[in-house]
Design a protein around this ligand. Structure first.
Ligand code: SAM
Ligand code: SF4
Ligand code: F3S
Length: 465
């Protein structure tokens, strides 16, 4: 049966890494590990550290799940369909475990931090060997050590609050880097599972962040994405007390790079933040400010702690000073008992702000959250219809907004090749607009100047100048 190893009784992380490494070195060929992170960029950033640890323990890395002798899924619990995808994936690899009983199957992340999910894995997917909760980067090596020393099922689903510093990291990109600046969330928006699975807010030391960014810029990284569930809650020290100060400190670093950040909570978005965005030369011209709803009553029931009037003032402060600044948002459609009038208010705020892009989600009930207890008389069909209306409006606005770029030359960080148009490259402008243009793949990872000659709702098209 599964067991929870007493981590205090196990050797230190370094000793566990060394022991697993020695153990794997006895195998005739290097074993391969497959890791997939679901969910947000913070989870992907955790995944990069888990990959770094696997490599430090002697694993090679593979993108082919069939060749792996260790499979690790780093999961997301934010909506029901995210969880369903993970359960489906676990079901689809059962045959691999049957074929190779030595295969180690490990599940970690936000899903497994919930007791109910761990229980379901116990019951329905008994071939999973290791289950670890979220923020468990430093626990991977001890759990593998425990498993390899006879603990058939190793389980530890608590959420750890220590900040992983100095962990080896294998980054997915050689030119875009995610840098977590804070972990956890204290906001308890009533629909959201994140505070329950990620624990309370804790910030990294400013000097650790600065040292990491300096190293990345030195290594040629062109885009630094500062991450946190609410970066505005970042708390530093006397010299760098808050997020605007951190932006200004990073902005002092010499080099050719952009700073982006995600996410920013409107309740804490201050003029000081907007001033920093406008004044820092490295900060990209894009603010993601999730509004969630345009109805003050729904915002109140979501526990968002701002009104639409206050939100619009924040946008106006920025747009008055730079009308071109790109603004994007997250929206939830169909929060419990959302009325037609509430939804109309959402359409209204979208028309007023004229977002360049949005991530819209149909409300998903999350057991354990306050909203899960609210009555909900709105049918699924009505929610889907509202979603369709919202997306149609956003398409129209984006199409009109994008025309402002016609004839302009934008600096673009080239990030790949176009799947739809062979011979074309893709990239993102400072405003985070998707740009496509013909070019040599050798440019991937570099900045290019692109003159825009055609636009659509989802992308801009042009030629390198
Ligand atoms: N901390 C970020 C913030 O407050 O903006 C959000 C992080 S959350 C991982 C990303 C988005 O998922 C949220 O902005 C919200 O729109 C959406 N979301 C969270 N819980 C949801 C739920 N239960 N149903 C639907 N969408 C949800
Ligand atoms: Fe979830 Fe709200 Fe925290 Fe964002 S701020 S992670 S939506 S609880
Ligand atoms: Fe999902 Fe956890 Fe991120 S729930 S969205 S992976 S913080």
């Amino acid at each position: 049966m599964q067991d929870t190893p007493d981590l205090n009784a196990l050797p230190s992380q370094e000793d566990c890494i060394a022991a697993v490494r020695a153990w794997l070195a006895e195998r005739p060929s290097q074993p391969l590990a497959y890791l997939h992170s679901f969910g947000c960029q913070l989870n992907v950033a955790d995944g990069e550290k888990l990959t770094g640890l696997l490599q430090a323990m002697g694993y090679g890395l593979t993108d082919d799940v069939e060749r792996a002798s260790l499979i690790l899924y780093n999961t997301c619990a934010v909506r029901e369909n995210a969880e369903d995808r993970v359960f489906g994936t676990l079901g689809s690899i059962k045959h691999l475990k049957a074929r190779d009983p030595g295969l180690i199957l490990c599940v970690t992340g936000c899903m497994t931090a919930q007791e109910s999910v761990a229980e379901k894995i116990r019951r329905s997917y008994p071939y999973v060997d290791i289950v670890l909760g979220s923020s468990a980067v430093q626990r991977l090596a001890p759990m593998l050590y425990a498993h390899m020393h006879g603990m058939r099922h190793a389980w530890d689903i608590q959420t750890y609050t220590d900040i992983p510093e100095g962990v080896p990291t294998v980054r997915e990109s050689s030119f875009k880097a995610a840098v977590p600046i804070m972990y956890g969330c204290n906001n308890f928006c009533t629909y959201c599972i994140v505070p329950y699975v990620r624990g309370r807010e804790r910030s990294r030391a400013p000097q650790d962040i600065l040292a990491e960014v300096r190293g990345l810029v030195r290594d040629g990284y062109k885009e630094i994405m500062l991450l946190g569930q609410n970066v505005n809650s970042f708390r530093g020290d006397d010299q760098i007390p808050d997020f605007p100060a951190l932006l200004r400190a990073i902005d002092q670093i010499e080099g050719e790079f952009w700073i982006r950040f995600m996410s920013s909570h409107p309740k804490d978005a201050s003029p000081a933040l907007m001033d920093a965005l406008l004044e820092c030369r490295h900060v990209a011209k894009h603010l993601h400010l999730p509004v969630q709803s345009g109805s003050d009553e729904i915002l109140r029931r979501m526990n968002r702690r701002y009104t639409t009037a206050r939100y619009l003032e924040e946008i106006a402060y920025l747009r008055d000073r730079d009308p071109d600044f790109s603004i994007t948002t997250d929206l939830i459609v169909g929060f419990p008992d959302e009325t037609e009038a509430d939804f109309e208010a959402t359409l209204d705020i979208v028309r007023r702000v004229r977002y360049d892009n949005m991530y819209a989600f149909i409300y998903s009930k999350r057991t354990g959250t306050k909203a899960a207890l609210l009555p909900d008389g709105v049918s699924d069909a009505e929610k889907s219809a509202r979603m369709g209306r919202l997306l149609a409006l956003q398409r129209e606005i984006a199409e009109e907004n994008n025309r402002r770029f016609l004839g302009r030359t934008l600096t673009v960080l080239v990030d790949g090749t176009s799947k739809k148009r062979p011979g074309s490259l893709t990239g993102r402008s400072s405003e985070n607009m998707l740009v496509e243009f013909p070019g040599d793949p050798a440019l991937i990872g570099q900045f290019a100047e692109v003159r825009i000659d055609r636009t659509r709702s989802g992308a801009l098209f042009g030629e390198i100048v």
